[in-house]
Unconditional design. Structure first.
Lengths: 251, 398
């Protein structure tokens, strides 16, 4: 069964951005829906129509969408999700033709070559990015702040992490950011990007406090983005200021 | 000395005075809980949502036996709170104690509880609790070894699995409003299949166990198959479910459902929750919601529009320091009524409501909301420490 987009696959017209949320039944632990809502909102505020498909793990992943989102999950759902996505093949095909993939936490590990299972045994990932993840010594829990790779032109990241993952990158994969406060990949870096695949340990609604990262993903699909009415950006800007200030005061 | 510290804590408005005495006692005597529990019939109540209310309802039902009952009625549910509750009631032969889900195995060992009540398991303050499947695994191991009677919600697959190796279980169809933490079989990791209330694993023999007690709409069906109306004063499906669990516990102690139901129906507020408080000419009703499943239940019991609603969110340690859960709650049904936002993390909440296209005003607190609302009544939903702050402001009568 193919997952249907809202009301018909291309109801938003040929210029609509097609967003796919992969496996909300398995990979949605910490408000991961936030990323979908933020991308949709920031596109619509610019007059860009959006089509959304939420694809559960018993459905096929549509191969012809623009942005694919994957969230966090505990060990069992993560392993099951990786197995189903490998069997499905839709996401790998989409990434192969240049679609945007934004993967968070367990999803970040799944897009890599392998990750650690329940007893730490290696579980094969999707191999969309040359990264390998395993289990670290202790859980990284708390606010995280990180300076983004200048090549991406994205403002400083602020978010929350709660994971025990450690991720190593192969050649050709760059860290998404350098950690200022927090744990991230475990080696002073945070997340990874390769082509249009972006992964991060900032969990759940990572794009909420990082609108410029959301715009990077949208821009990869829609080209140069018109600005958003500043009045519609005020609350998010306040939230960013509050969280960054709180992190500085506790660092 | 413990008593004086408890009074000081109450006067300072920071707690219910339940815990400090227990902390001091445990420092002097680390096995104090075991000593205090010895010779008493102990009921433990745990789960993510409904612990305090269910503890109150079980206490009401068992109260019909005419014996004194010790209980941590105000939600102090870690070891010190249990100690304080037992120490306060030295002559009580029975104890009904709510227990934080992380500490249930240790508290079961310490108290030698006769009955353990498992309500539900869903995402909650995961910055402290780690993963709920790990919690379920610890419950399962603890219950497999224990000589106790388990009352468990068969509609929650994680709970059912956790109770699956216990020696004696009464299964209750208490319902599960929040499904999003139980799509995977806790036993084998495959996809769980659901058909209405029924569930089973497609790969292994794990399935919903046969139930003795059922919540069916506004009625309870007892193990003989007889149904009767619940008629609770407490609002909402979650409380009806808690009541049915309380009947199942009461039955273990020989209290019949008719008798238990009469007692449970009298309960009108629980540790300040659901209380009506008059403030500047406005009747406030206080609802506590600590996690997505709790918000779902709280939004269910709101008085319909145009009655205004105030939402208050903090992120202190007892709340969980992470506000990501706000994005797991669907706030769209607040559209079309006055909404006020407050709390230490009011901005996080405001951004969330903005994304759901809910109109709102940010306020400094209850009084400002009341003044702006010009309404004779208002519902207030707050998470844990925000709720305590509001109760302190409104006075402990709440």
């Amino acid at each position: 069964m193919d997952a249907a987009f809202g009301h018909g696959y291309r109801s938003g017209g040929p210029s609509a951005i097609r967003l796919v949320w992969i496996y909300p039944d398995l990979l949605s632990t910490y408000g991961d829906r936030g990323n979908l809502l933020v991308l949709a909102r920031r596109a619509r505020l610019r007059g860009i129509p959006v089509e959304i498909a939420e694809v559960n793990s018993d459905q096929r992943v549509p191969a012809r969408a623009d942005i694919y989102l994957m969230g966090g999950g505990e060990d069992l759902p993560q392993i099951l999700a990786a197995r189903r996505l490998r069997a499905d093949g839709g996401l790998a095909a989409a990434a192969g033709r240049g679609a945007v993939v934004f993967a968070v936490c367990a999803g970040y590990q799944i897009v890599g070559t392998e990750f650690g299972g329940v007893e730490g045994e290696p579980v094969p990932g999707l191999g969309l990015m040359d990264i390998r993840s395993g289990r670290g010594e202790r859980r990284g829990v708390g606010e995280i702040t990180a300076e983004v790779d200048p090549a991406l032109g994205v403002e400083r990241l602020t978010g929350f992490e709660n994971h025990q993952g450690v991720t190593r990158r192969g050649p050709g994969v760059k860290p998404l950011a350098t950690v200022l406060a927090g744990v991230g990949n475990g080696d002073g870096t945070e997340g990874a990007h390769s082509g249009r695949v972006v992964g991060t340990y900032l969990h759940g609604p990572a794009l909420v406090r990082n609108p410029s990262l959301a715009d990077l993903l949208l821009g990869w699909v829609a080209g140069t983005l018109p600005p958003i009415d500043p009045g519609r950006e005020e609350l998010v800007a306040t939230l960013r200021r509050e969280r960054l200030a709180a992190q500085v005061s506790t660092a | 000395m413990g008593g004086a510290a408890g009074r000081a804590s109450r006067l300072a408005g920071r707690g219910d005075g339940s815990v400090i005495g227990g902390i001091i006692g445990l420092r002097l005597k680390p096995d104090l809980l075991s000593l205090l529990a010895r010779g008493r019939q102990v009921v433990l109540v745990t789960g993510t949502n409904g612990k305090t209310t269910t503890t109150r309802l079980i206490t009401a039902a068992l109260g019909t036996l005419g014996q004194q009952i010790a209980s941590n009625a105000f939600g102090a549910n870690m070891e010190a709170g249990l100690v304080a509750a037992l120490a306060r009631a030295p002559d009580a032969t029975m104890a009904v104690l709510e227990v934080d889900e992380k500490y249930m195995p240790a508290m079961l060992r310490a108290t030698g509880a006769r009955v353990v009540t498992l309500l539900n398991l869903s995402r909650d303050q995961m910055d402290r609790a780690a993963e709920i499947w790990l919690l379920a695994r610890r419950w399962r191991a603890a219950l497999a070894d224990a000589d106790c009677w388990v009352i468990a919600n068969a509609d929650d697959p994680l709970v059912a699995w956790a109770a699956g190796q216990a020696r004696k279980v009464t299964w209750v169809a208490a319902g599960q409003r929040w499904h999003d933490d139980s799509w995977c079989c806790p036993n084998c990791g495959s996809h769980l299949r659901r058909d209405g209330d029924d569930w089973h694993c497609g790969e292994c023999p794990n399935r919903r166990p046969p139930v003795s007690w059922v919540l069916a709409g506004d009625e309870v069906i007892d193990p003989t198959g007889r149904s009767r109306p619940l008629n609770l004063i407490l609002p909402g499906r979650a409380n009806r479910s808690n009541a049915v669990v309380a009947f199942a516990v009461a039955e273990v102690f020989g209290v019949g459902v008719a008798q238990a139901a009469d007692a449970v129906r009298q309960v009108r507020s629980v540790a300040g929750r659901y209380t009506q408080v008059r403030r500047r000419g406005c009747d406030l009703r206080l609802l506590l919601a600590k996690n997505p499943a709790g918000w779902l239940e709280a939004l269910d019991v709101l008085v319909p529009p145009p009655v205004p609603v105030m939402l208050a969110v903090n992120a202190q340690v007892p709340d969980g320091k992470d506000t990501s859960w706000l994005w797991d709650v669907d706030y769209r049904r607040l559209r079309g009524r006055p909404v006020f936002v407050t709390g230490e993390r009011g901005t996080d909440l405001a951004v969330r409501l903005e994304a759901d296209e809910v109109s709102f005003r940010v306020v400094g607190g209850v009084d400002e909301a009341v003044d702006l609302a010009h309404s004779t009544s208002m519902d207030v939903i707050a998470n844990y420490t925000a709720f305590q702050q509001i109760r302190a402001l409104l006075g402990r009568t709440a």
